[in-house]
Each structure stands twice: as structure tokens, then as C-alpha cells.
Write a protein that binds this ligand. Structure first.
Ligand code: SF4
Ligand code: SF4
Length: 312
């Protein structure tokens, strides 16, 4: 190990940057006691709607050391996805920014794998652990806060002081003990822009989202019809909704990402209103082949488009 210069944490941070991550922090793999109570109350109030998986593996979700045996540290990584591009046609149905490019799961998984191999090969040969990007019961935002990467805004998103909130969170849960990063203070202050701007009043109080009312849930996770009470309130959103982030001053400062692998797909951004409306199953498969939009499936996307059209 004498060839290595710097602490293990510094080396890992530096490698994470080389691999394309924008921020990196460390926290202990332990029970998230306060967050556990909040999650329990949220689930008891059925605010997760039909996302039944949120209630599964409860103990693992609130304790990374139960998810990964022998875990000591969670390395939390952020990837900026702030796009520089916009959808070309202002009247076209709007999709969430995270879905502009290739599905981030593939891109980030590959980077996580490389970081894991680096730690095992160069730092700690006895390394054991797992890595995840949105693929396991993990309270990613809470872990990011504990790892000093930001705070949870009143809009429920993680906010990083420089990157804003258009960030993907991923993590390595490993058996190597590393010193935890220092958490930072929340900095929403007296602002309530996100709560005021939400078209469906889904932010029922600061940091509390009633998913059943959230356009993001209604257009992606929800497998039923969209309830009529939301007619006329969808703000032309066909897949996801960024409104509570668009109005947040912390996102105005974020710089566009430069990650080639997350580059926006021109074919998606150039879809006109008419082409969205006439989209066939074949076109859907072709255009969204590598996109996160395929999560909604063709039938879900068609349902969303028809709901927008039926607006009175
Ligand atoms: S994503 Fe949209 S609907 Fe959901 S809380 Fe934010 S503003 Fe409201
Ligand atoms: S809009 Fe204001 S209150 Fe909402 S998350 Fe941003 S800073 Fe916080």
C-alpha cells in the first residue's frame, strides 16, 4: 500500500471524480433511527399509494448494515444530470429532465463497478460489499444527507449546494471502515416556492410528499387510470414532473453536466406535440429503447397522453 498517497477517503474521492461522479461522501452503515420513524409514519398514512415495494424490506431499508452483511461504510455518490438542452417544441408534452438521456441505471452501474474494483485492487483486497443505483431498498437521500452531500429540501429532493437537485444518487455499501463526512445545515430558510408551485398540492408540508397526488407518481408508478380530480392540473407533464425543482433557487445555479454517456437523445427532445399524440408501439420501442421513459411502458405513456388531451 506504500505506493498510495493520501488517505483512503481522498483516494476514493479522487477516483470517483475520474470516473465521472460529481460528488462523494461517506457515512457509517448503521440504523437511520430518525428516518425510520418518518418512513413508518409516511407508510402508515398510505402516502406511498400503490408503491407497495416501499413497505417491503423495511428493516433493511432503514439500516444498510442489514442489507449488506458486515457493512461498515456507505460511500454515497452524486451524478449531475442538469441538461443544457431543452425540448424543442414548447407545446409538446413535457418529460422529466432525468429521462432526456440514456437510462442512467446502466451508465452509473458501470461507474460503480469500476470504483468498487479500484478499492478492492488498490486499497483493500479484503473488500466485500455491494453497489446500487436505485436498485435496492435504500434510503438514498437520507444517506446522502448523512454523508454531507446536502440537505433534504422542502420539495423532498436532496439539494447539493453547487449541483442543485438534478442529481442521481448511488452508493457502495462496503466492509471497509472510513471516517464519516460532516453533514451540512439545511438551507431552505423561509422559502416555500416548491410547496406553493406544486399544481396538485402533493407537498402536504415541508419535506412531506403525498405520492398519490404527485404527477411523477401518477404518470410513472401508477398503473391505474389517472383520477379525474387531476384533470387540468397536469401542466402538460407526460412523464414525471420537475416543477418543484424548476422553481427552486438552488437548481438555478447548477451547471449543465458534461457526461457524454448521459447526453440527451435528440429524437426524444425533438418530438412534436402531434408525434407524441400519434406515437405507435413500434416508435415507442425505437425512440425510448435506452431511455428511462420505457419504465412507464407504451400503455402507460398513451394513458398519460390521452389524459392530457382530455383536459377540459
Ligand atoms: S413533482 Fe410535481 S406534482 Fe410532484 S411534488 Fe413536485 S411539483 Fe408537485
Ligand atoms: S424551493 Fe425553496 S423551500 Fe423548496 S426546496 Fe428549494 S429552497 Fe427549499
Amino acid at each position: 500500500m506504500d505506493v498510495l498517497k493520501g488517505t483512503y477517503s481522498q483516494l476514493i474521492e479522487s477516483k470517483a471524480k475520474d470516473l465521472g461522479f460529481d460528488a462523494c461522501g461517506f457515512t457509517q452503515a448503521e440504523e437511520l433511527t430518525a428516518e425510520k420513524e418518518i418512513l413508518k409514519k409516511w407508510l402508515d398514512n398510505h402516502m406511498h399509494g400503490n408503491m407497495h415495494y416501499m413497505a417491503n424490506h423495511f428493516e433493511k431499508r432503514v439500516n444498510p448494515s442489514k442489507l449488506v452483511e458486515g457493512a461498515k461504510t456507505v460511500i454515497v455518490l452524486l451524478t449531475n444530470y442538469t441538461p443544457k438542452e431543452k425540448q424543442s417544441h414548447p407545446d409538446a408534452p413535457i418529460i422529466a429532465r432525468y429521462a432526456y438521456g440514456q437510462d442512467y441505471h446502466y451508465v452509473i452501474k458501470d461507474q460503480l463497478k469500476q470504483l468498487y474494483s479500484y478499492i478492492k485492487d488498490e486499497i483493500y483486497p479484503s473488500l466485500e460489499g455491494r453497489y446500487f443505483v436505485d436498485s435496492a431498498p435504500v434510503l438514498e437521500r437520507s444517506l446522502a444527507v448523512r454523508a454531507g452531500l446536502g440537505w433534504i429540501g422542502k420539495n423532498t429532493h436532496l439539494i447539493h449546494k453547487k449541483l442543485g437537485s438534478y442529481v442521481f444518487i448511488s452508493e457502495l455499501i462496503i466492509n471497509l471502515t472510513l471516517p464519516p463526512s460532516e453533514p451540512i445545515k439545511e438551507a431552505c430558510g423561509g422559502c416555500t416556492r416548491c410547496i406553493d408551485a406544486c399544481p396538485t398540492q402533493a407537498l402536504t408540508s415541508p419535506q412531506t410528499l403525498d405520492a398519490r397526488k404527485c404527477i411523477s407518481y401518477l404518470t410513472i408508478e401508477n398503473k391505474e387510470s389517472i383520477p379525474q380530480e387531476f384533470s387540468g392540473k397536469m401542466e402538460n407533464r407526460v412523464f414525471g414532473c420537475d416543477i418543484c425543482q424548476e422553481v427552486c433557487p438552488w437548481t438555478w445555479k447548477s451547471r449543465p453536466h458534461t457526461n457524454e454517456k448521459l447526453k440527451a437523445v435528440t429524437k426524444i427532445l425533438e418530438l412534436t406535440k402531434e408525434r407524441w399524440q400519434e406515437l405507435t408501439a413500434e416508435e415507442f420501442s425505437e425512440i425510448f429503447r435506452k431511455s428511462a421513459v420505457k419504465r412507464a411502458k407504451y400503455t402507460g405513456l398513451k394513458r398519460n397522453i390521452e389524459f392530457l388531451l382530455s383536459k377540459k
